[in-house]
Write a protein that binds this ligand. Sequence first.
Ligand SMILES: [Fe+2]
Ligand SMILES: [Fe+2]
Length: 151
Amino acid sequence: MWFFSKSNSKAGALPFAWTPRDHATGHEPMDEDHRQLAALVTEVEAIIAARGDRNEAYRVMDLLVQTARDHFQREEAFMAEAGYGGLERHAAQHAELLATCQDLLRQFKNGTLSGLALPTFLKNWLVPHIQGCDRQFVQELRKVPGRLPLG
Ligand SMILES: [Fe+2]
Ligand SMILES: [Fe+2]
């Protein structure tokens, strides 16, 4: 499947520590959501690294997926409000990610998947998405004076 090649990249081994240089879009509400997602990925990885309780890992993973869903809805609402032409394509990517995350979450719950699979997949998907598609949307917002909420 398409995401396996991505999860083999070097980025899989890197922590997802949000930094302005690597992850900022310049849209503060979106950046705040991305910081929260990075913190949750880090939290899941820390629980797994400490060989923590699987139930606790599942609880944080579930929260991570819910937080991603909320973030995508918020981001798509910003796009709709701005009349962004790339909304449909962008929303389709969000939907694909969520479907995969739900599947990985289910597999983890069933005990057929390692605890690092979901946070690694999400990180490897999210970082290039923020750097590409999310930043591209904010670039479009900048073209219209007064459109970009500075937070
Ligand atoms: Fe997005
Ligand atoms: Fe985003």
